[in-house]
Design a protein around this ligand. Structure first.
Ligand code: NAP
Length: 509
């Protein structure tokens, strides 16, 4: 074990990845303001710009109080320049003494370390020995770590590509048994947990980009995300872990809402996106207390597409509403038991109930997928008169039969309903943002139009509805309400919904 266990001395390190000398130096100033350590990626600069940066650096050092790591990486190991071993040796040997004195660390790749063992230009106590694998997280990681540990370098660094979430386990294992201070991270979206939890599990540092687009590796969050969203420096092994499992989860808004809520209530907890392909494997290795291969306090999960059905056979107890809907979107880990719930019904219905009484009302549900199912369940509990309109009449009829509703073709939709609820993705960013499930002329006489789509907030359907004089309700209300109910199930506390709302709303809403 390393002796570096206190979160207080753990670092968020910002790599400087600018390609022009002036930008590089400006980024250094910015990193000095917002990061705890700074990595100078000198391989991002061409010969001329690098010479300029190195010439100007000594004069700048007085203003740099954060530890500096110097890196000069060859392309085949993730760097930006074609560099022979001789080029790299020459670079390190020609570095002025003032810079060597000023640096906290120099990052030497494993092959460079081997070539300099007898005569390193940098004192070994300042050397990080690094290994990178951009294709996979190999099986023999512990062997690689031990090989690096036998070099004279002071710090071990291992960075691999996560191709699936289970790769995180092997990275966490490296942190456990390390004989020297270590940096161990998995790249890519499935590896995010290794970056967020690195400091709490004993890593020397974790990397955060200065801004989006300035990442030095795939899956690297920004400094602001690590510090302000995930609160990585406050986390410890005792912190509660929550997260969303899905494929993909990179754009999920749930981490914004739940992390803001945990912080507001002063709870020692973090909520992570987990990109999961195989639910059974994830539950066995990460979730179920009796079988999980990681020592952590995982307390609950949100479950999203495509795992809402696949999670069900993995659970010990399923709430009757979730059972009836046939989908679980929330897992609570209670002792040794995994319990499944569905908060989509309450999420969809609560904002609607606050605006209108749907009992006996004529309601048109557009779409016949998972969200429509939750809505139909909620409406049937309230004895609404429901017609389901879908482009596939067979699917509409199947859902209608289950909930004693009517079915019709989406193209035949016309007014006559008091409430219209869009449960199709029509109008969604990235898919069909210009589309609308209904036009204003189809909405005459409708009291309320509820669009479950929340991105964008102002959908074409909501504009059409206002043009027809209808009251409107957007999908953000459901997003927040279903998350608030998850929060309550996990913690037993009321969620700070106003704050969760702010966390997912663009400025001005
Ligand atoms: P889903 O299970 O895939 O169902 C989508 C439904 O929309 C299906 O009936 C589908 O018909 C239909 N559809 C898809 N593309 C269409 C098109 N171009 N024209 C007409 N109908 C189309 O998805 P879901 O989980 O129900 O989610 C539906 C939407 O609800 C999402 O896109 C999301 O925007 C929104 N949603 C919001 C929240 C929230 O918290 N606000 C929560 C869940 C969902 P086929 O079966 O024929 O493909």
């Amino acid at each position: 074990m390393t002796d570096k266990t206190s979160p207080a001395d753990s670092l968020i390190c910002a790599p400087i990845t600018e390609a022009r000398a002036a930008d590089f130096l400006a980024a250094l100033d910015e990193a000095q303001r917002i990061a705890d350590a700074i990595e100078l990626r000198l391989d991002y600069l061409n010969d001329e710009d690098r010479a300029r940066v190195l010439a100007e650096l000594p004069a700048r050092l007085a203003g740099v109080t954060k530890p500096l790591i110097f890196t000069f990486r060859p392309r085949e190991q993730g760097g930006r320049r074609d560099l022979s071993l001789a080029d790299r040796q020459t670079f390190w040997r020609s570095l002025p003494q003032a810079l060597i004195s000023a640096m906290a660390y120099a990052d030497f790749e494993l092959d460079l370390v081997a070539s300099l063992v007898a005569s390193s230009p940098i004192p070994w106590k300042k050397v990080i020995c690094s290994y990178h694998n951009f294709d996979e997280t190999p099986a023999n990681l512990a062997e690689i770590r031990d090989r690096i540990a036998r070099t004279p370098a002071a710090v071990i660094k291992i960075t691999t590509q996560a191709t699936r979430i289970t790769d995180c386990l092997r990275i966490f294992e490296l942190l456990e048994g390390s004989p020297k201070p270590i940096i161990a991270l998995a790249m890519g979206v499935p590896g995010l947990a290794t970056r967020v939890l690195a400091l709490s599990r004993g890593a020397l540092l974790t990397f955060g980009a200065l801004r989006r687009g300035a990442e030095s590796a795939s899956g690297q969050p920004t400094v602001a995300e690590l510090r302000d969203r995930y609160h990585v420096k406050q986390l410890s092994r005792a912190s509660e872990i929550f997260g969303v499992i899905g494929d993909s989860v990179g754009h999920s808004r749930s981490p914004l809402m739940h992390n803001a809520a945990f912080a507001a209530l002063g709870r020692d907890a973090v909520y992570l996106p987990f990109e999961v392909k195989d639910v059974g494997e994830f539950v066995r290795d990460f979730v179920r207390p009796a079988t999980r291969k990681i020592d952590w306090r995982l307390r609950g999960l949100s479950v999203t597409i495509p795992h809402k059905l696949a999670i069900m056979p993995q659970l010990d107890v399923i709430d009757p509403t979730a059972q009836r809907i046939g989908a679980v979107n929330t897992v609570v880990v209670e002792g040794n038991e995994l319990r499944g719930y569905n908060t989509d019904v309450i999420g969809a219905m609560k904002p609607l109930d606050e605006l209108i009484a749907v009992r006996d009302a004529r309601v048109a549900v557009l779409g016949a997928g998972g969200a429509a199912r939750a809505v139909c369940y909620g409406l049937s509990e309230r004895s609404a008169q429901v017609t389901i309109y879908a482009r596939d009449l067979v699917k509409a009829q199947r859902l209608a039969d289950e909930f004693k509703a009517q079915a019709a073709q989406l193209e035949d939709f016309d007014s006559g309903a008091e409430v219209v609820i869009n449960c199709t993705p029509l109008g969604m960013q990235g898919r069909s943002v210009e589309a609308s499930a209904a036009k204003s002329e189809q909405l005459g006489g409708v009291k309320l139009v509820y669009d479950l789509v929340y991105n964008p907030i102002e959908t074409v359907l909501l504009k059409e509805a206002r043009a027809a004089g209808c009251q409107t309700l957007g999908g953000l209300a459901m997003l927040v309400a279903q998350a608030a109910e998850q929060f309550r199930l996990w913690t037993g506390e009321e969620a700070p919904t106003e704050l969760m709302w702010q966390a997912v709303s663009p400025p001005g809403f």
